[in-house]
Design a protein around this ligand. Structure first.
Ligand code: ADP
Length: 335
């Protein structure tokens, strides 16, 4: 459907599909404001939004038939006019929903049997009567079962992020506390590899967000730095604020990433070296999860890296999410 709107949103022209999709009839509705005819709050917000917001398409159900899913775009046209275009995306969004449901259901269904298998394997490994020659097979099976469990956890996490059912502003998160416990875990993950891991954090800088999700995003970045940095490597974690917002920066001097891979790292299952990632228990879903969590918090993930030199992963969170809770003097936390 195509509708030409005047300066105050009055209908100047519409094609035939506009009647079918939007219930707007030309020429009868000519001169009337579109928002007087279609009173959908989402559409009202979108039409009144700034140009930046209008760059992204809006999806909504057709006011004529609830079963029809529409994708709406608005572009400037002429000096004061706007071009309103609505496209029927019912089948695409149905297929998309089916894909999401399938992944969520399949992961959920696989979870229980895998828990049972892992439980028995653990029992065998601990059983004194277990024949010696089986132990190495059982160890392999436990390793693989563990990998599958990680995969399922990550797939479920992605599904729940896509479904968007969790509240993304439920907690006032002390990111400094969150990072302190992540660093403790990272040091134990590093173990004999003895990475030099340092945290510098602004304790009064809190975020209004989802604590569990932020933990998942930040720990993914820090654990990746440990996984992809050779022994005794340097890892610096910084939590700070500037005029743009709050930032978590994770810098390592590890393997780094060649330029051609950087923009694809957040794709699901994209791994530069599949063998190495698997060997380290990676699922290839970590950065996809981080990116999703940032989007849910109106934030962004930035990646800079140089092959052989190291990487810098940075999460930017917007100003409106920041909460200041003074805890006395601003102190540098070097755990
Ligand atoms: P994985 O489970 O494989 O670690 P991620 O989505 O977390 O999956 O990361 C995707 C890929 O990005 C990794 O396989 C690795 O090649 C690369 N990568 C992630 N973090 C780093 C890092 N700090 N240094 C170098 N490469 C990294």
């Amino acid at each position: 459907a195509v509708i030409v709107l005047g300066r105050v949103g009055e209908i100047e022209w519409a094609n035939q599909k506009a009647a079918e999709y939007m219930g707007i009839n030309w020429p009868q509705d000519g001169g009337l404001r579109i928002l007087n005819l279609v009173r959908d709050p989402k559409l009202i917000k979108y039409l009144n939004a700034d140009k930046e917001t209008q760059k992204k398409a809006l999806q909504l159900n057709s006011p004529v038939s609830m079963e029809t899913r529409l994708e709406i775009r608005i572009t400037s046209y002429g000096k004061t006019q706007k071009l309103f275009v609505a496209r029927d995306v019912t089948s695409i969004s149905r297929i998309n929903q089916m894909r999401k449901d399938f992944i969520a259901n399949a992961s959920h269904e696989l979870k229980t049997p895998l828990t049972v298998i892992s439980g028995y394997l653990e029992g065998f490994a601990d059983d004194e009567d277990c024949p010696e020659k089986w132990l190495s097979y059982i160890r392999q099976m436990r390793l693989q079962a563990n990998r599958m469990q990680n995969l399922i956890e990550d797939l479920l996490e992605l599904s729940s992020l896509e479904a968007g059912t969790e509240n993304n502003a439920a907690d006032i998160v002390s990111v400094t506390d969150l990072l302190s416990s992540i660093v403790t875990e990272a040091r134990s993950l590093s173990g004999f590899l003895e990475h030099d891991i340092q945290l510098e954090a602004e304790p009064s800088l809190y975020i209004n967000g989802n604590q569990r999700q932020l933990y998942s995003a930040f720990s993914n970045l820090v654990f990746n730095a440990v996984q992809y940095t050779p022994e005794k490597g340097r890892i610096r974690i910084k939590w700070y604020e500037d005029k743009h917002g709050a930032h978590l920066s994770v810098i390592d001097n590890g393997l780094g990433v060649a330029p051609e891979h950087i923009h694809r790292l957040t794709e699901r299952f994209y791994r530069i070296d599949k063998g190495r990632s698997r060997e380290k228990g990676g699922t290839g879903l970590g950065l996809a999860i981080v990116k999703h969590i940032m989007v849910k918090h109106e934030g962004e993930l930035h990646i800079e890296s140089e092959l052989g030199k190291g990487s810098h992963f940075r999460c930017d969170l917007p100003k409106q999410r920041i909460v200041h809770i003074e805890t006395g003097l601003k102190k540098s936390l070097t755990a």
